[in-house]
Ligand binder design. Sequence first.
Ligand SMILES: Cc1ncc(C[n+]2csc(CCOP(=O)(O)OP(=O)(O)O)c2C)c(N)n1
Ligand SMILES: [Mg+2]
Length: 331
Amino acid sequence: MTGSPAVAADPAALYRVVRLIRRFEERAIDLVRSGEIVGGIHPYIGQEAIAAGVCAALRPEDLITSTHRGHGHVLAKGADPARMMAELTGRSTGLNRGRGGSMHAADLSLGVLGANGIVGAGGAIAAGAAWAASRLGGDGPARVAVSFFGDGAVNQGVLLEAFNLAALWRVPVVFVCENNGYATTLTVADAVAGGVCDRATAFGIPAVSVDGMDPQTVLAAAAPLVEAARAGLGPQFLECHTYRFDAHHTWEHKARPRYRSEADVAEGRSRDPLDIQGARLSDADRLVIDNEVERVIADAVAFALGSPRPSPVDALEFLYASGFRPRPGVS
Ligand SMILES: Cc1ncc(C[n+]2csc(CCOP(=O)(O)OP(=O)(O)O)c2C)c(N)n1
Ligand SMILES: [Mg+2]
């Protein structure tokens, strides 16, 4: 689906990923409203170009870490939408047997090391995973890890610590900041001293800033950074300017905090990654993809809602790594 050279070379494949994420998110919001998804979600609508563009630059064996707003990254790396929807609805057929939910979806078989509810935490996990992969080595090309995070993460100490060690040890990791202008309701201007890219360059990490609304622009920027990391040039940093079209969290649909004016939201939504990429396709080709995605999403929802919930009997299973035993003398 993605992570293959076919996507990189094919505007239609890139459009399909954007469309898949968009429709997945819209249906997931429906399921929050109907009570099938408990606790709400952080919709990725508007930011799809980043997941689609960056993941198109990756190989299947590459790794990603994601955020609280993680559905798009997980889908773009190739996760099965049906098992993803089952995870969100807490079903035993979900990617993580319904135990992770929206903010902890993971698929290790695809190199998806997990969405993550802790802002900034994925940076250290990605750096550690890329470092471990390079230590385990082999003769093949290095595995690259990408860490997606928001502008709110750039003031987290753990992320800056990850920058430091990744730079010192020339770890093949690409840090991708999705700057959507807000951390919950707090603007970047009110929260970030200095520039976002300056955080990276302070550690000697090359940094590039691009339009994050255009999937092809993101792909064109991400591909050389990924290959630089793979070639042993150490960590790279990509800032993508983007806009969150929907709520910070679906809770906002009811609470309606006033932190963005309607005019601001309308302006932000005026550049839609779906239309930017869709304009590169004929109407007929676009319709074929839209219809196919519609079937995939309808099947995903049917699969999820038709799946059993986890049994209380095995509620404590699959929560810890199997085989773990404390070291002798450690209780
Ligand atoms: C360490 C930590 N602090 C605070 C929170 C609460 N929190 C959840 S999302 C969020 C905002 C994150 O903003 P940003 O990183 O810009 O991502 P965005 O929501 O814009 O995608 C905050 C503060 C958290 N989850 N983790
Ligand atoms: Mg943000």
